[in-house]
Design a protein around this ligand. Structure first.
Ligand code: ADP
Length: 322
């Protein structure tokens, strides 16, 4: 039987575009004749009954803003068998038979557990890192890429004026997709990612020397957060080459800002798809993007899929950037 009353929450790290997904879930649910609740601060709101009934105007004017109007949280209490039972009991008390969770793979584990307690739950990938294996694309990723690219373009202006080298750390603890793509977009001399171990001499110093021999006088090196030691790397480069080298850690600036068109549109399509599944009485699925299609996978299977690193892009980056 299809869900009649659904709830939507955002959980884990926030990402630009989450608001568009919330809006899509609320408006699709209402248009299907469902009762819709917005849950505040992730799973915490389900545990403590911090939720409000939504109407068509509840999600007005949120799509163009970064962050999440429902706020987000990490909830250690939910991440226990008792916590999941308590959240499911709250859903039953409110008559909620379907939940849409917008977040990363930690949040999807929670969604799987909630389905295990009899509440149909759907995951929508919202994370800037693009680190969810089952989908080519996560909501927030495009905005983060564009922010990182703009910031590095600015860094390049000053790096070029002073004949310097800049080492720029972008987000991505386990996943080098932000680094790889911004590296290509800004013409980074070398891009270091957590998936591929690097050799300081070969991948950094030799490339600087080679570029230097062709007349290059300033250098951008992009490093994913998960590689670590960004400041130390800058110091080593300066010591080895004599080129004045600065480290910049972009950090949370990449998490904010108005979502790009692509993030808004993908989030809207994914939110709609999530509610369609619930309307058909289907739970325990993750909404995903394959090529330009919106599809869905079993959550348990999705969580076990191995991430595939884009080797071709890594090669493109290495060839184009000397
Ligand atoms: P993200 O969703 O961005 O990966 P987290 O890993 O912090 O973020 O997960 C968000 C929340 O999801 C956690 O605070 C917790 O409440 C819930 N969660 C995470 N892992 C699990 C798990 N293994 N089982 C149940 N719930 C989980």
């Amino acid at each position: 039987m299809g869900a009649k009353c659904i709830a939507v929450l955002t959980s884990g790290g926030d990402a630009p575009g989450m608001n568009a997904a919330v809006r899509a879930v609320v408006r699709t649910g209402l248009s299907f004749g469902m009762k819709v609740y917005g849950v505040m601060r992730g799973y915490n709101g389900l545990l403590h009954g911090d939720l409000k009934e939504m109407n068509m105007r509840s999600v007005s004017d949120i799509m163009q803003h970064g962050g999440t109007a429902l706020f987000t949280a990490r909830s250690p209490e939910f991440n226990t068998p008792e916590g999941v039972k308590k959240a499911a009991a709250m859903c039953r008390e409110k008559g909620i038979d379907g939940v849409v969770v917008i977040g990363g793979d930690g949040s999807f584990r929670g969604a799987r557990d909630l389905t295990g307690e009899g509440i149909l739950t759907i995951g929508v990938p919202g994370t800037i890192d693009n680190d969810i294996a089952c989908t080519d694309y996560t909501v927030g990723y495009d905005t983060a890429l564009n922010t990182a690219m703009e910031m590095i373009d600015r860094i390049r202006d000053t790096t070029e004026s002073h004949d310097r080298c800049s080492v720029v750390e972008v987000m991505g603890r386990r996943c080098g997709d932000i680094a790889l793509n911004t590296g290509v977009a800004v013409g980074a001399l070398t891009t270091l990612v957590p998936e591929i171990p690097y050799d300081f001499q070969k991948d950094v110093i030799d490339r600087i020397r080679l570029a230097q021999s062709t007349g290059k006088r300033h250098y951008i090196i992009v490093v994913a957060e998960g590689v670590g030691h960004t400041q130390e790397l800058a110091e080593r480069i300066q010591k080895e080459t004599g080129i004045e080298t600065r480290a910049t850690i972009l950090g949370h600036v990449q998490r904010g800002g108005a979502p790009t068109l692509r993030d808004r549109v993908v989030a809207s399509r994914m939110g709609y798809h999530a509610v369609e599944l619930l309307q058909n009485g289907i739970g325990n699925r993750v909404v995903a993007m394959k090529g330009e299609e919106i599809v869905d996978f079993d959550i348990t299977e999705a969580l076990e899929m191995p991430r595939v690193f884009d080797e071709k892009m890594y090669k493109v980056s290495a060839v184009l950037s000397i």
